[in-house]
Design a protein around this ligand. Structure first.
Ligand code: UD1
Length: 339
């Protein structure tokens, strides 16, 4: 099959492209390069530079490359930015998706995988006692980013039913790690790179609040290696390719294991060798105390489960950070390496 991977020049998309190719599928990347990097697209994979708001270019791309399935990752994904610029998030994430789905339905492309997020759950009541979040947990997003992902799921499902597509919405939990240093996340918007930045600046990593109702008082999350996440896309794509028209899957992608912020920072300190004790600061507004996936449904439906753990996520992300920040591997107090 030939899969159009929108956002394929981004951090997660580039991993999905590689996983698809390793599984023997053909890939075409569609990316506006607003945050994507062309060099992440492997040789031999066509790159179409364009916006998901450009229906004519999308239609042409689907036809020119005889696309038989779409994995849609191209979207804006920063929560704080979405609060400041909701119209932009709804335009890119919802109108962009609507434009793409319209082209997909017209071209009768039968399979569609949508990149969703655990942000659709908001602050799940069900998770207050430490229970994992299942796909049946009510979705009550608490920011425009999460709203656009939930609206996106509805749009995907409704279009799938009406146009006879097989669809999947994959709800990513906290993604980290890299398959190779040059594929690491270039942004500094999540805990792993944010802690790297603090450490390499010689500053104490920050814990945003330690008075949450969790075992050590810090927030608990479910971290998933981007390589495992990419494999889940391959499994979903394969399943859809043989599924009945109108099939719709909604699946969490996590490991089902909670890791607290304090534990995460301890492990980052150990892997990087910095060993700088964290400082507790005020809570960051809008952070749910605990969000851990139930990964049972994806195991049952696709036979997928995560293989890589938190140490792999941190060490592979660190290799990417060191590549971008030469000298970072030398913690303060360590002798400089002899040139
Ligand atoms: C964030 C998004 C979420 C998105 C997910 C994956 C928010 C509110 N949520 O999740 O919608 O689906 O990324 O992209 O932005 N922390 C610290 N110190 C730091 C950095 C982070 O204590 O220096 C804490 C945070 O308060 C949070 C946890 O670490 O409790 C994880 O933070 P982060 O990596 O930003 O992810 P989420 O907020 O869980």
């Amino acid at each position: 099959m030939t899969w159009l991977i929108t956002g394929g020049a981004g951090y997660i998309g580039a991993h999905v492209v590689r996983a698809m190719r390793a599984a023997g599928e053909r890939a075409v990347v569609y990316d506006d390069l607003s945050t994507g990097i062309a060099a992440r697209v492997p040789a031999g994979v066509p790159l179409v530079v364009g916006s998901t708001l450009d229906g004519a270019l999308l239609a042409r791309t689907l036809a020119d490359h005889s696309v038989t399935g779409v994995v849609h990752l191209a979207a804006k994904k920063q929560v704080a930015e979405s609060v400041e610029q909701p119209l932009r998030y709804y335009r890119e994430n919802v109108e962009g998706l609507r434009t793409l789905l319209s082209a997909v339905a017209d071209a009768r492309v039968p399979s569609f995988v949508f990149s969703s997020s655990a942000a659709v759950y908001g602050m799940p009541d069900a998770a207050r006692d430490g229970s994992p979040v299942t796909e049946d947990t009510p979705c009550v997003p608490i920011n425009p980013y999460g709203e656009t992902k939930l609206a996106g799921e509805w749009l995907v499902r409704a279009t799938g039913r009406a146009a006879g597509l097989a669809t999947a919405s994959l709800r990513y939990f906290n993604v980290a790690g890299a398959a190779a240093p040059d594929l690491a996340d270039a942004g500094v918007t999540n805990i792993v790179p944010m802690v790297f930045e603090r450490l390499t600046e010689g500053l104490a990593p920050r814990i945003f609040g330690d008075d949450y109702p969790t075992p050590d008082g810090t927030c608990v999350r479910d971290y998933i290696h981007v390589v495992d996440l990419a494999e889940a896309h391959v499994a979903a794509a394969r399943q859809l390719a043989s599924a009945a028209p109108g099939t719709d899957l909604t699946l969490n992608i996590g490991r089902g294991e909670g890791v607290s912020v304090r534990e995460m920072i301890d492990r980052i300190n150990a892997v990087t060798g910095y060993g700088l004790p964290p400082a507790v600061t005020a809570r960051r507004p809008g952070d749910p105390a605990q969000v851990v996936a139930s990964a049972d449904r994806i195991a049952a439906e696709l036979g997928w489960q995560a293989r890589l753990g938190v140490e792999d996520m941190i060490s592979s992300a660190w290799a990417g950070w060191v590549r971008e920040h030469p000298g970072a591997e030398t913690a303060p107090g360590e002798p400089a390496p002899v040139a």
